[in-house]
Ligand binder design. Structure first.
Ligand code: SF4
Length: 390
């Protein structure tokens, strides 16, 4: 087993821990603009093709102050944090905001930005959430085209098909490298902790994509392809947690309990990098293909499809990664996740797959409670008769 290059990880962690500082520095050095987007559907390639820095706004772990009076307590932590950051001026480094709708709570947070910073361009795009209808693809292509026009208007540039095609290739290269790291972790050819994996993906949501890819190349070049996986740890799949990453300290607690995270479908994880955009044909149509395809690659309960479901995907993933169990991480008050969870639980129970639900809160991690629950879960898996192991 090998570790990731500490020097590279330190650079990526600095970006992941303080995205706004990175954006401010990038703007000062490049003389270019930055556009903020929100999870989970906006195609960053459009902003990149327009010459600006695309950045996904991250959860800020500091306590929520101003945001308390702007959104109700029953909004998820991410949306309350976004409202707080907007009200406190922490998002002022961005020159415009773009959002592709997926959740009513996110719309509330975006409304706060509109109210707090009325002079900033803000484009809201509604991507059709019914994925199976014959008109879905053309409608989404139309919405993506509108996004491109709005970004052009905000920046005073035009996005050519050639520039967009080049940006698509650039982002695909980055996603491929991240998926290579996922493959190596799954197969045991690399030791990548859950919190390091989060750093890798989170920094990719913020950093200049070429700069990020170059750092991933350095990491990949130093990994030993013949490293052996440890055989004594319980292999786990982490599932859920939309829109923002769970706290790194929670991920560390999970792995300190005798478990090894080998795969995930977290948004700040595999869900974000699951799917490449087709590199041939009209690039705007390719982005709508990507939107539809990624719901097959990692189904999302905020999208509606009769053809595919998250539980089948999860069971297949668990088999592929030879995971011994699943830890579902659910952000408190995340309605789409709460509504889908019973379905997921029923399917995992039917397949005799051990499952632990951990609810997360913006206000912090109850370390001792999590530790006890995780250790009990790991012990429960260890004591399972060999005949029923996955
Ligand atoms: S999907 Fe969940 S985490 Fe994301 S904005 Fe909606 S409630 Fe919050």
């Amino acid at each position: 087993m090998n570790e990731l290059d500490p020097a590279v990880m330190s650079v990526l962690r600095t970006v992941a821990d303080d995205p706004v500082a990175y954006v401010a520095q990038w703007k000062a050095e490049s003389g270019r603009l930055a556009i903020a987007s929100f999870p989970m559907n906006f195609p960053a390639e459009i902003v990149h093709a327009a010459g600006a820095l695309p950045v996904i706004v991250q959860d800020d772990p500091t306590p929520i102050t101003e945001g308390r009076s702007l959104l109700a307590e029953f909004y998820c932590g991410y949306t309350r944090s976004v409202a707080d950051q907007a009200a406190l001026g922490r998002l002022d480094v961005f020159d415009a905001f773009v959002v592709a709708d997926h959740c009513v709570q996110l719309l509330g947070a975006v409304d706060v930005i509109r109210w707090a910073r009325p002079d900033k361009p803000l484009h809201f795009a509604q991507f059709t959430s019914a994925m199976d209808d014959p008109w879905t693809k053309s409608r989404v292509t139309g919405r993506i085209e509108e996004c491109a026009r709005e970004v052009e208007a905000a920046l005073g540039v035009s996005v050519t098909p050639e520039a967009l095609a080049a940006s698509i290739r650039t982002f695909n290269e980055n996603r491929r490298r991240l998926r290579e790291l996922y493959d190596r972790r799954r197969s045991g050819r690399a030791r990548i902790t859950a919190s390091d994996m989060q750093t890798l993906v989170k920094s990719s949501m913020v950093m200049d994509v070429r700069e990020h890819t170059a750092l991933l190349d350095r990491l990949l070049a130093q990994l030993d392809p013949s490293a052996e996986p440890p055989g004594d740890l319980v292999r786990l799949h982490l599932s859920g947690h939309f829109c923002h990453g769970p706290r790194p300290e929670l991920l560390d607690l999970i792995e300190e309990s005798g478990a090894l995270v080998v795969d995930d479908d977290l948004y700040t994880g595999f869900r974000y990098i699951s799917t490449d955009v087709p590199e041939s044909g009209d690039p705007l149509t390719a982005l709508s293909d990507w939107y539809l395809e990624r719901n097959r690659a990692a189904p999302c309960p905020t999208r509606v499809s009769a053809e595919i479901d998250w539980d089948t995907y999860l069971i297949d993933s668990i088999e592929r990664s030879r995971s011994d169990g699943v830890v579902v991480l659910m952000a408190k008050f995340c309605e789409p996740h709460m509504l889908y969870y019973p379905e997921l639980r029923k399917a995992l129970d039917a397949h005799d797959i051990p499952l632990l639900l951990l609810e997360t809160e913006h206000e912090g991690v109850p370390a001792e409670t999590v530790r006890t629950r995780m250790e009990t879960f790991v012990e429960r898996i260890r004591r399972r008769p060999a005949a029923v192991s996955l």
